[in-house]
Design a protein around this ligand. Structure first.
Ligand code: SAM
Length: 295
């Protein structure tokens, strides 16, 4: 999807202004982000991590040259990957996330008083530390007794936690680097096994425009296991082409029948009951992709 030689993606233009260029091979598209300051740059044991202050999006986390989240619009991704599965389950007590980063989805989960445990499984401790330093310096959420940070490979962790969680959130990056294993067919079975008998899971499932096989394979693998599988769409300004998909899979509860009175949207910036339902309305070209994913 993206090449891994990301240091070369930082380039100064003729006026000496720094840009980072994200080349998306599938879309034949190169997106440039104008940088005010390169705040942090390192190679961790797992990936290249950088934090930049941009002209357009505020501070941004970049992994292996691919933008992940920004302070100005990260609420869209974080709210949509977390509130929808949490509200779909009528009474979630134990919630876990694979892929931590800035812990944005965990902070959304904390808005639900009924949740008793929030476990965040992140492979790269340096991502957590760097985000803590530059993106979310306030540690208020770390004082929430329900929150546990686990620095493990999500693929190993999930196989040791069978039947444990009411809600899982698979906040995986692109299928490259350490996240590639979170797209393998076996992983979907481990996710199924990790959920309780009426568990619900939401996956980051790629762009419906240029990651078509990611979306199609996610839906197909999930339909082989779960009775209810529904992709839903969001617009994410920092991602090339803008439009993005998540996919919810559920053993019992249908998101379209969820009790939306439970949605904690008083201080959200994207999700409300209308957006919750509207995000499941798919344009015809996306329906064609996911219908082909039907066995
Ligand atoms: N929404 C997040 C936030 O609030 O910053 C962004 C998370 S980013 C899309 C995905 C995260 O998954 C990265 O922090 C990456 O280090 C982590 N990751 C990649 N492969 C992993 C694996 N095998 N197990 C656990 N975490 C993994």
């Amino acid at each position: 999807m993206t090449d891994r030689n990301s240091l070369s993606r930082y380039k100064k233009d003729d006026n000496g202004v720094l840009w980072i260029w994200n080349y998306v091979a599938n879309a034949r598209l190169k997106a440039g982000y104008k940088i005010k300051t390169l705040l942090h740059y390192e190679q961790s044991p797992f990936q290249e991590i950088s934090i930049v202050d941009t002209k357009g999006f505020g501070k941004m986390l970049i992994l292996d040259g691919t933008p992940q989240i920004s302070t100005n619009e990260g609420f869209i991704y974080n709210e949509m990957i977390s509130h929808i599965p949490i509200v779909t389950h009528p009474d979630p007590k134990k919630v876990a996330m694979i892929g931590g980063g800035d812990c944005g989805p965990a902070r959304e989960a904390m808005k639900y008083a009924g949740i008793e445990q929030i476990d965040v499984v992140e492979i790269d401790q340096r991502v957590t530390e760097v985000c803590r330093m530059w993106l979310t310096p306030s540690s208020y959420y770390e004082n929430d007794q329900r929150f546990h940070m686990i620095h493990r490979d999500g693929l190993d962790w999930i196989q040791e936690n069978k039947g444990s969680y009411d809600v899982l959130i698979i906040d995986r990056p692109d299928p490259a680097g350490p996240g590639a294993k979170l797209f393998k067919p076996d992983f979907y079975q481990y996710v199924y096994d990790c959920l309780t008998n009426d568990g619900v899971v939401a996956f980051q499932s790629g762009s419906p425009y240029y990651n078509i096989s990611t979306l199609k394979n996610t839906v197909k693998n999930l339909r082989d296991l779960f009775p209810i599988v529904r992709p839903y769409l969001v617009s994410i300004p920092i991602f090339p082409c803008g439009i993005w998909s998540f996919t919810i899979a559920s053993k019992k509860w249908d998101p379209l029948q969820a009790d939306l009175n439970k949605l904690q949207h008083k201080d959200t910036q994207y999700i409300d009951p209308e957006i919750f339902l509207a995000s499941f309305v798919l344009p015809k070209y996306v329906k064609n992709i996911v219908d082909e994913g039907t066995p």
